[in-house]
Design a protein around this ligand. Structure first.
Ligand SMILES: Nc1ncnc2c1ncn2[C@@H]1O[C@H](COP(=O)(O)OP(=O)(O)OP(=O)(O)O)[C@@H](O)[C@H]1O
Ligand SMILES: [Mg+2]
Length: 322
C-alpha cells in the first residue's frame, strides 16, 4: 500500500457570525495516499470548499476558524505550524486550484510572471533557471507554444486555457498534495474530458496525491480512485469509486448517483432529491439527511448514526446499515 500523504482527523471548522456559529465542517476524517485521487462530492453548501481551505489554512476572515481536529500532511500536523511555516508549506507541499480560477489570476500581469512568482518563492532557483521552469510547468499542462503564452495576459486566453494556467501555477512547485476545487465545472464537456486526462497524466508523472472536489458524480466516476460523500458538514460514506457505484449504501449516495444524467435513459425525467439540506446553524438532532430520506426509521430522527465499517475501505453512517 502506498504512503499516506494526507490524514484529516475529526476536523471541525466553523464560521462565527452575528447570527451564531455555522458548523461548515463538523467532524470530517479521511486520508489520501501517494498517487491517489480522492473525490469529495456533495450538494452545494455541504462544506467541500471549506474542507479544502481548512487544509490550506486559508479560511475567509474574519469568522472562519478551525475549532478542532488534526490535518497531518507528510507526518506534520498543519494546525501546529506557525503562520510563517505554513506559508512555506503552501505551494511547495500542498497547493490548491481555487473554485473560481479567474479570481486567482491577476489581470494586469503576464501569465509567465504569475507562474514565475510561485517558482521563485518556493524553489529558490537562480534567475536564469526560472523561465525554463515556467515553460516546463506550462508544458506539463500541455499548453501549446508556451514560449509565446508566457508573454500573454489572462484576458488573451480562452477559459479552458486559463484553467490550465491556474493548474500550472498549482503544479509549478511539484506539491505532494493538490486540492482541485471544482476545476472542471466551468468547462464544456470536450475541454472537461481533456482537463481530466491532464490530471491523470500529471499524476502518472509526479505521483501527486489529489483531492478532487466536485458536486458531480459523473466526474467522480472518470477521475477518482476513492470517494467521500459529504452532507451538511459530515462525510456520510467513503468507498472506492467502483464499489460506491456498484453498491452505494447511504440513501443520500444512492440519490446523488441516481441524479446523474444517463445516455441510455433518454425518456426518463432527471431525478432530483426533494427538499433542501438543513441550516448549518440549526442542525437536527438525528441524522442530517433524515428530513429528506425516503427510508428513514424512527431512530434516525433522534440520534446521529455511528460510522460503520462494512469492509476494509468502505464506511457508512446510516442507521439502516449494520
Ligand atoms: N465566509 C463565510 N461566512 C459564513 N459562512 C460561510 C462562509 N463561507 C462558507 N460558509 C458556510 O459554510 C458552508 C459550506 O460552504 P462551502 O463553500 O464549503 O460549500 P461547498 O460544498 O463548497 O458548496 P459549493 O458546491 O456551492 O461550492 C456554507 O453552507 C455556508 O453556510
Ligand atoms: Mg465549493
Amino acid at each position: 500500500m502506498s504512503n499516506v500523504v494526507l490524514q484529516v482527523e475529526d476536523l471541525h471548522t466553523s464560521f462565527f457570525t452575528r447570527m451564531g456559529e455555522v458548523k461548515a465542517v463538523d467532524g470530517v476524517s479521511f486520508l489520501i495516499r501517494e498517487g491517489e485521487t480522492f473525490g469529495i462530492v456533495g450538494e452545494s453548501g455541504c462544506g467541500k470548499s471549506v474542507t479544502g481551505l481548512s487544509i490550506m489554512r486559508l479560511l475567509p476572515e474574519p469568522g472562519g476558524q478551525i475549532v478542532g481536529g488534526k490535518i497531518i500532511l507528510e507526518g506534520k500536523n498543519l494546525l501546529e505550524l506557525s503562520k510563517k511555516a505554513m506559508r512555506a508549506y503552501r505551494g511547495k507541499i500542498v497547493s490548491m486550484i481555487l473554485q473560481d480560477p479567474m479570481s486567482s489570476l491577476n489581470p494586469v500581469y503576464q501569465v509567465g510572471d504569475q507562474i514565475a512568482e510561485s517558482v521563485r518563492l518556493h524553489q529558490g532557483l537562480p534567475e536564469n533557471m526560472v523561465e525554463p521552469e515556467v515553460i516546463s510547468a506550462l508544458r506539463l499542462l500541455r499548453i501549446p507554444a508556451p514560449e509565446v503564452r508566457i508573454k500573454e495576459y489572462p484576458f488573451q486566453l480562452s477559459g479552458g486555457m486559463r484553467q490550465r494556467v491556474v493548474g500550472s501555477i498549482a503544479m509549478s512547485c511539484k506539491p505532494r498534495l493538490l486540492i482541485a476545487d471544482e476545476p472542471t465545472t466551468a468547462l464544456d464537456s470536450t475541454i472537461q474530458a481533456q482537463y481530466i486526462a491532464l490530471f491523470e497524466d500529471i499524476q502518472a508523472k509526479t505521483n501527486v496525491a489529489i483531492m478532487f472536489i466536485t458536486h458531480d458524480f459523473g466526474v467522480i466516476s472518470r477521475i477518482c480512485d476513492r470517494v467521500g460523500v459529504m452532507y451538511a458538514g459530515k462525510i456520510v460514506e467513503t468507498a472506492p469509486t467502483r464499489e460506491i457505484f456498484k453498491a452505494p449504501k447511504h440513501p443520500y449516495t444512492v440519490a446523488l448517483i441516481h441524479s446523474v444524467p444517463r445516455l441510455d435513459q433518454k425518456d426518463e425525467r432527471l431525478f432530483s432529491i426533494e427538499g433542501q439540506p438543513p441550516s448549518l446553524m440549526n442542525l437536527p438532532p438525528g441524522c442530517r439527511f433524515c428530513p429528506r430520506c425516503t427510508v428513514a426509521l424512527d431512530v434516525c430522527k433522534e440520534q446521529q448514526p455511528p460510522e460503520v465499517k462494512i469492509s476494509d475501505n468502505h464506511s457508512v453512517s446510516c442507521w439502516r446499515v449494520k
